[in-house]
Design a protein around this ligand. Structure first.
Ligand code: AP5
Length: 216
C-alpha cells in the first residue's frame, strides 16, 4: 500500500501514520523526522536545512527530493510506504509521480486531514516529544503521567523549536500558500480522501481505515 498523508502542521499526520503502521505495516516515512535527524547529526543536509526549519519555511525542493528519493530506494523495487510531510509542493508531487511511474507502481490514496485552525494551534503549542525515544504527548489531551518525563523511557520531554507561536503561524501560512494546492492536484487524479481529523486519534484512524478499505 502506498499512501500520502496530507494536512497542515498539527493535523495529526505523524500520529495517524504511526497508528496506521501498526494496522497495515507499511513503513512510515516522515520528511520532518528525517530532516530533524540530519540537523541533530550536523550532516551536510542538516546544515542546509536548519535555518529554513527554524523559520518555519520549506527546505528547498531539490534538497528534499534528493533525500526522499534516497530513502524510497532503500525500500526495494516495489516499495510500500506512508509518506508524512512529503510532498509539500507541486514540484515535489511531480517528482514523486516520476519516481512511481519509473517503477510502474501506483499511489493508492492521498489522505487529507481536515482540522480547524484554532485546534491546529492548540495541538502544536501543547505538543511535547521525548528527546530520547521520540514518543509524542500533548500537555492537555495526551499528557505524560509525570509532567516533563516520558512514560515509556523516562527521557525528558521537549518542545520542538518550530512549535513556538510565531513559527507556528509562519508554518500555517506556508502550508496555505505552497501545500494546500496539492489537494486539487490529487483530486484531479482521483486519489484524494478528505477525512475529518477532529475527535480522538483512534476515531480519526477508524475514519481513515473505513475510507481506504472502501467501507465509507
Ligand atoms: P514536519 O515535521 O513535517 O512538520 P509539520 O508538517 O508541520 O507537521 P507536524 O509534525 O507539526 O504535525 P502533524 O500533522 O504530524 O501532527 P502530529 O501527529 O505531530 O516538518 C517540519 C519542518 O521540516 C517544516 O516546517 C519544513 O521546514 C521541513 N520539511 C519537512 N518536510 C518538508 C518537505 N517535504 N519539503 C520542504 N520542507 C520540509 O500531532 C501534533 C500534536 O497534536 C501532537 O501533540 C499530538 O499528540 C496531537 N494530536 C494528534 N492527533 C490528535 C487528535 N486527534 N486529537 C488531539 N490531539 C491530537
Amino acid at each position: 500500500m502506498r499512501i500520502v498523508l496530507l494536512g497542515p502542521p498539527g493535523a495529526g499526520k505523524g500520529t495517524q501514520a504511526k497508528l496506521m503502521h501498526e494496522r497495515i505495516g507499511a513503513p512510515h516515512i516522515s520528511t520532518g523526522d528525517l530532516l530533524r535527524a540530519a540537523v541533530a547529526g550536523h550532516s551536510e543536509l542538516g546544515v542546509a536545512a536548519q535555518g529554513y526549519m527554524q523559520r518555519g519555511e520549506l527546505v528547498p525542493d531539490p534538497v528534499v527530493i534528493g533525500m526522499i528519493d534516497e530513502r524510497l530506494q532503500q525500500n526495494g523495487a516495489n516499495p510500500s510506504f506512508m509518506l508524512d510531510g512529503f510532498p509539500r509542493t507541486v514540484t515535489q508531487a511531480e517528482a514523486l509521480q516520476a519516481f512511481l511511474d519509473g517503477r510502474h507502481i501506483p499511489l493508492d490514496h492521498v489522505v487529507s486531514l481536515q482540522v480547524p485552525r484554532d485546534e491546529l494551534i492548540r495541538r502544536l503549542s501543547g505538543r511535547r516529544t521525548c528527546g530520547q525515544c521520540g514518543a509524542m504527548y500533548h500537555i492537555s489531551s495526551e499528557p505524560s503521567r509525570v509532567p516533563g518525563v516520558c512514560d515509556r523511557c523516562g527521557g525528558a520531554l521537549l518542545q520542538r523549536d518550530d512549535d513556538r507561536e510565531e513559527t507556528i503561524r509562519a508554518r500555517l501560512e506556508v502550508y496555505d500558500r505552497s501545500t494546500a494546492p496539492l489537494a486539487a492536484f490529487y483530486d484531479a487524479r482521483g486519489l484524494l480522501r478528505e477525512i475529518d481529523g477532529t475527535g480522538s486519534a483512534p476515531q480519526v484512524l477508524e475514519r481513515i481505515m473505513a475510507r481506504i478499505d472502501g467501507r465509507a
